[in-house]
Structures are given as C-alpha cells and as structure tokens.
Write a protein that binds this ligand. Structure first.
Ligand code: SAM
Length: 254
C-alpha cells in the first residue's frame, strides 16, 4: 500500500493528520450536509442486514445508521487510526445495549479488515481520497468479493474532481461552552492526481482567537468518471439514484 493509504494511521501515531484533526472532528463537520447524507443512507440501506463501513472515523455515520436502520442490521466499523477509533468506541459505548450489540469495531485498515461474513453493503464516506489508484483497484475487488450478489457499495463523490488549487474558505463549526470552532481550508495541487488539503482548526471565544492548529492531508483526486470505470472493472454496476439526488453518494451494486 502507498504511504497515503496505510499512512494515515501511521501519520496519526506520529501526531500528524488525524491526530491534529480528531479533537475537533465532531465540532467542525458540515452538519447540514452530513445529516442529508445520513438520511440518504437510511433510505438506500433499509434492506441491508450486514454492513461494513470503511474508515468509520469517530462514528457519526455509524451511529446514524444504527439508529435509522432496523434492529436486524449489523455493522462492522473499520477504523485503523487509534485516535479516531477512540472517538468511535467512546460514541458506540454510550449507545443503548440493543444498538451496541449490533456494531463491531475492527481496528485493521481496509486491506486487512475482514468481517468474515457476506455483506449486504459496503460504505466509504470521506475516506476514498486516501487510496492511490493501485490501492483502489485492490480495495474495490476485495470489498466487491465480500458483497452478496445484489449488495451495495456506496461512496461519495469527490471534490475537487481534478488536481487543482482550491481557494481558501471558512467552514463554520459548532460551539462548545465558551468556545466556537471553525476550519480554514484550502488545497494545493501537488502532483499527479494529488492535492494537499491544508486545514487550520481555529478555536474562538467571541471574536478572539484562542488557539489554532493545522493539519495537512495529501489526497488522491478521483473524478466521477474514474470512479465509475474502477467500480465497473471490479464487477459492479451502477444502481442509481443519480448522486445529485442522493446527497452526492454514488451507489453501485454487485
Ligand atoms: C475524513 S475521515 C471520515 C470518517 C467518517 N467516515 C466520516 O465521514 O465521518 C477518514 C477516515 O478514514 C480512515 N482511513 C484512512 N486510511 C484508511 C485505510 N487504509 N483503511 C481504513 N480507513 C482508513 C481515517 O483513519 C479516518 O478516520
């Protein structure tokens, strides 16, 4: 695996990337969009019994799926970065026992984790940009093989769609006590199909800056056309709806 794929868990162990991002994660997510994605998942996965979620992070969508899907749904939440998995396990441990019994956390990365049971769905959200083209070929094949015939693979559309600079923007986050949080985000094209996201997490009290920390992530650019070609090569077929109608989610079927 390239550095960018296996590397995020290792970078986090060194205090980089997700180690910087994790303490802010649940405060800085674009909540309206994420709630729309969670609602789309609830509709798309209503028939799914067994689901693998790759790169579950702190478990925002894990919990949303557990709460919105039926009592027979089981989730395998795969999260290799220890610091993110801490958030994930803390969130899941606080669930009521019925929901907690339906989720298993796997600490391996996507190339090693194995739920050991056929799957009705594989979900990757805000994660696929960490995989280089060669790794993605293996990633799609590995998880397509684990799907039951008719099972779904769901992955969100990527931004940007080509390796180009993305101008700086401010993403407002939530408040906690006296502090509010926001992210200043921009990206630079740094190579063949790669952009470097530079995210500065700011803590403010009123208008006064209390603290700021920056994390950088080198991310692979994957256009919708590239994604479609790769998923088709792995033996999957498009299952609709159009990503624009599904909060940016691409839905493919084995
Ligand atoms: C931006 S976070 C998204 C978390 C969650 N899916 C969400 O949308 O909130 C990306 C996650 O992918 C994980 N990740 C990175 N490389 C991975 C790999 N090779 N296998 C599985 N997960 C990986 C990271 O540790 C991180 O928690």
């Amino acid at each position: 695996m390239t550095d960018t794929a296996a590397g995020e868990a290792a970078r986090a162990e060194r205090g980089e990337g997700y180690a910087v991002n994790a303490p802010y994660y649940d405060l800085i997510i674009p909540r309206d969009h994420w709630n729309a994605v969670a609602a789309a998942l609830a509709g798309l996965l209503k028939e799914a019994g067994t689901i693998a979620e790759i790169g579950a992070g702190t478990g925002y969508f894990t919990r949303a799926m557990l709460e919105s899907l039926g009592p027979d749904t089981e989730i395998f939440a795969i999260e290799p970065a220890r610091v993110m998995r801490t958030g994930l396990v803390t969130r899941l441990a606080a669930l009521e026992p019925g929901a907690a019994a339906r989720v298993t956390v796997l600490p391996e990365d996507a190339m090693a984790a194995d739920p050991g049971t056929p799957l009705d769905a594989v979900v990757l959200l805000n994660c696929v940009m960490h995989f280089a083209p060669d790794d993605r070929e293996r990633l799609w094949r590995r998880w397509a093989e684990r799907l039951r015939p008719g099972g779904l693979l769901i992955v969100e559309a990527q931004y940007p769609q080509r390796a180009e600079d993305v101008p700086a923007s401010v993403v407002p986050g939530a408040s906690l006590g006296r502090y509010r949080y926001e992210t200043h985000s921009r990206a630079e094209a740094v190579g063949d199909g790669l952009v470097r996201w530079i995210n500065t997490y700011r803590t403010l009290e009123g208008d006064a800056l209390v603290r700021e920390e920056t994390a950088e992530f080198d991310c692979h650019v994957i256009s919708d056309a590239t994604l479609a070609a790769e998923l088709a090569a792995a033996g999957l077929r498009p299952a609709g709806p159009d990503p624009a109608e599904a909060s940016g989610l691409h839905v493919w079927r084995r």
